[in-house]
Design a protein around this ligand. Structure first.
Ligand code: IPD
Ligand code: CA
Ligand code: CA
Length: 269
């Protein structure tokens, strides 16, 4: 929390892809705790790549600061997101959301473990029961790769804005997913994400009673590059509008023949 009150020290990974000292320090602090308690686990951090035992069945996916651009501007919201996979499947998750903004920063902590429900500040949470797109508030995101999928999502943004109550674009994937779990929005989707963006949020939505797939409707895996999460009730209706144009885009997913292939997850790709 201290860092939100201090000037930011900003570097660039790309023209609009920022990284701050806080991203790096947050990752080191999380790594230290994981290493101390689970020294034989494998860690994948956005800033540091893979560390630890590559033969481990546990993989910690760490986004030390999700929504770095928001953090750099003091704009809510952003988060620290940690998801643990066991044999490639999400097993435990925690997302600490920073909300409010200058003069009134607050945090709330989302957590889940497989089969154990989802919680916000210790209270069990559930997705909404809205069953019509026309009565839904939706969220999406636009990443740093301005490619075919990015252009396709501009089209989806327009289409869903037309048929729903609105499409928000907050700028922190983990937070967006937690908001679906909390039942304050009905669905979130995005292309070209990385494992650390999705591992925690996907489990939290699932454990809150929602549904998680790739954008073409196929089974979700953190090593794919797209995600659609919803309250479940709306999932098919959303896919009917999304799936046809995205079938070909999905094929650009990461190669997961070896699910820990360090070269696929370097922070600068
Ligand atoms: C980004 C945020 C953003 C999403 C991008 C992500 P970062 O993560 O989650 O909402 O649109 O695709 O890369 O870089 O702030 O950790
Ligand atoms: Ca992120
Ligand atoms: Ca990040």
């Amino acid at each position: 929390m201290d860092a939100v009150h201090k000037p930011r020290n900003i570097d660039y990974k790309g023209t609009a892809n920022l990284v701050t000292d806080t991203d790096r320090r947050s990752e080191l602090a999380i790594q230290e705790v994981v290493r101390e308690k689970f020294k034989d686990h494998l860690i994948l951090g956005e800033e540091g790549g893979f560390t630890g035992d590559p033969t481990s069945e546990y993989l910690w996916c760490i986004d030390p600061l999700d929504g770095t651009t928001n953090f750099a501007h003091g704009y809510p919201s952003f988060a620290v997101s940690v998801g643990v996979l066991y044999r490639g499947k999400p097993a435990a998750a925690s997302v600490v959301e920073f909300a409010g903004g200058p003069l009134c920063w607050v945090t709330r902590t989302f957590s889940a473990c497989a089969g154990g429900g989802a919680f916000c500040n210790g209270q069990q949470i559930h997705v909404s029961s809205t069953n019509e797109i026309e009565r839904s508030l939706l969220v999406t995101g636009f990443g740093y790769e301005h490619d075919e999928a990015w252009a396709e999502n501009i089209t989806l943004f327009k289409e869903f804005t037309d048929v729903s109550r609105g499409v928000r674009r907050l700028g922190a994937a983990a937070v967006d997913m937690c908001h679906v779990a909390l039942g304050i929005v009905e669905a979130y989707w995005e292309y070209r994400l990385k494992p650390w963006d999705m591992a925690a949020g996907a489990l939290i939505v699932e454990e809150a009673g929602g549904m998680v797939t790739c954008m073409d409707g196929s089974d979700f895996c953190v090593f794919d590059r797209s995600i659609l999460v919803s309250n479940g009730t709306l999932h098919e209706k959303l896919l009917e509008r999304i799936a046809p144009p995205t079938k070909k885009l999905q094929q650009n997913g990461m190669d997961i023949s070896h699910w820990f292939k360090p070269e696929d997850y370097k922070s600068d790709v």
